[in-house]
Structure formats: C-alpha cells, structure tokens
Design a protein around this ligand. Structure first.
Ligand code: NDP
Length: 253
C-alpha cells in the first residue's frame, strides 16, 4: 500500500454534529486529510468548524437539520448532493445524553434518545448508503460508545441505543461490504466535551473515571482523528463491521 491511501483529497465528508465536540474534531481532521466538509446540526452555521476547515484550504458547508424530528433523510442527502456533489464519507456523530435512575427514566426521554442516537442514524445510513451503493463506493462511520459494550449507570436509553449502533454497524456491513460500501464504528472513551460537563464537574466520579483510564487523561476531539481518517480512507477498504475503541485503554482494564 501507499501512504497516499490515507489521503481524502477530492472527497466530500458529511459529519453530523460537526459544529462542536468530537464532530468538530473529526470534521477538521477530514479537512487535514484533504476532504471538503458538510456539517449537520440544528443551527444554520458552524462558524468555529468552518474557520478551522477553511484555514486548511478546504470548503466547509453547514446544513441545518434537527435529527430529533428526522422522519426521512432522503431530502437531506438530496439537498447536499445537489448543492455540493456526491458524498464519499458519512460520519454519524451527533448525539445527546439523558441521566435518570432506570426506574424513573421518563419514556419521552427514552424516545428522544432512541430517535437521535439510533433511529436517525439508521435513516441517515439508509439514505446516504443507497447513493453510495449505486456508485459502488462509500465510507460510513457510526459513533458508538463504551456503552455499546457495557450498561453504565443511570443511562439505560443511551446504553440501549449505543448497543444498537454496534449491531446496526455490523448488520449494514454484512449487506454492503461486497458492494463497495464500508460501514464501521468508533467507540470513544471518556472525552472532554460539552456532553460530559456534569461528569467532569463531579470530582468523585471524575477521579473514579480517571483512575480506570490507563492513559491517565480524558480524551480530546483530536484523539478521534487518526481512526476517523483511517476508516474514511482507502487504507481501510478491507475493514468492515468493526467497532474500534479510542478510549485511552479503558476497555483493556
Ligand atoms: P457534544 O454534546 O459535544 O456535541 C453533540 C453534537 O450533536 C453537537 O454538534 C450537536 O449540535 C449535535 N446534536 C445534538 N442533538 C442534535 C439534533 N437533535 N439534531 C442535530 N444535531 C444534534 O457531544 P460529543 O461531541 O461528546 O459527542 C459526539 C458523539 O460521540 C455522540 O454520539 C456521543 O454519544 C458520542 N460519544 C461521546 C463520548 C464522550 O465522552 N463525549 C463518549 C462516547 C460516545 P447542536 O446542539 O449544535 O445542534
């Protein structure tokens, strides 16, 4: 193989939740590897991400879409491909968290988590995947979690959804691998983003978490970069249905 197999030059990458957190980290690394980027979030713009992507000489477009209300992603992919061209890479990253003891978990919050963290991901995979299958090539990266493997505490909906992401990734890979579309997932460990503000602020929980991370630090969005580029690039063409942990060694403990 050549090192150019890792290049994303000339590619178009769509990142849900590319405006901040892990999505921003992955959007910027896509640009570093040569791709133009479309970020999908609730707002109309992603100024911070756009500034970083454009500073690298790549284009960054923002599309507004509330995944909590998504019933079909057909119009989303149609709008993006009409305006910006064929999508080579889809990163399903956007997500939310809700914490309640399981016996008190409100069903509306369960439904919301399932919609944003699992149902909308399937709709996005289906709509973008159809077009990738027609072209015979494409890379889909779903963002899973350590809770794709374990149950966690007070996050039953999130754990159920992220377990579903791991299974969905494998199910799609089985059907699409021979047709030129790679579907894989990244399971981040404990990452310092807005989603974890409460955990980071809880000194007891934060110390317990840190104690278990072999790398002895929380992850940062940039830590997602190497794995994201690898799974988005030709270098991973024979990799299908994998859930790769980027977790500072957490799963090895
Ligand atoms: P952040 O809270 O920092 O960012 C969440 C992103 O999702 C934002 O860009 C947000 O955009 C977008 N988003 C949320 N709800 C919607 C919606 N209804 N429609 C469109 N976009 C939405 O989270 P992280 O960066 O930490 O998490 C990113 C992914 O990684 C998630 O799937 C999360 O579950 C997963 N993950 C995170 C871990 C961590 O430790 N941080 C660990 C394991 C997995 P906006 O609000 O602007 O619309």
């Amino acid at each position: 193989m050549n090192m150019s197999d890792f290049s994303l030059k000339g590619k178009l990458a769509v990142v849900t939740g590319g405006n901040r957190g892990l999505g921003q980290g992955m959007a910027v690394v896509m640009a570093k590897a040569g791709a133009d980027v479309v970020s999908i979030q609730r707002g109309d713009s992603c100024p911070e991400t756009a500034a970083q992507v454009e500073a690298l000489g790549q284009k960054c477009y923002a599309i507004s879409c509330d995944l909590a209300k998504l019933e079909s992603a057909e119009s989303v992919v149609a709008e993006i491909e009409e305006k910006f061209g064929p999508v080579d890479i889809l990163i399903n990253n956007a997500g939310i968290q809700r914490r309640y003891p399981a016996e008190k978990f409100p069903i509306e919050e369960w439904d919301l988590i399932m919609q944003v963290q699992l149902r909308s991901v399937f709709l996005m995979c289906q709509a973008f995947g159809c077009r990738m299958l027609e072209r015979g090539s494409g890379k889909i990266i779903n963002i899973a979690s350590l809770l794709s493997f374990s149950g966690g505490l007070t996050v039953p909906a999130y754990a159920a959804a992220k377990g579903g992401i791991a299974q969905l990734t494998k199910a799609l890979a089985n059907e699409w691998a021979a047709r030129g579309v790679n579907v894989n997932a990244i399971a981040p460990g404990y990452m310092a983003t807005d989603m974890n503000t409460a955990l980071i602020g809880d000194s007891t929980r934060s110390a317990q978490i840190m104690d278990r991370i072999p790398a002895k630090r929380w992850g940062i969005p940039e830590d997602m970069g190497g794995t994201a580029v690898y799974l988005a690039s030709k270098a991973s063409n024979y990799v299908h249905g994998q859930v790769i942990c980027v977790d500072g060694g957490w799963m090895a403990r």
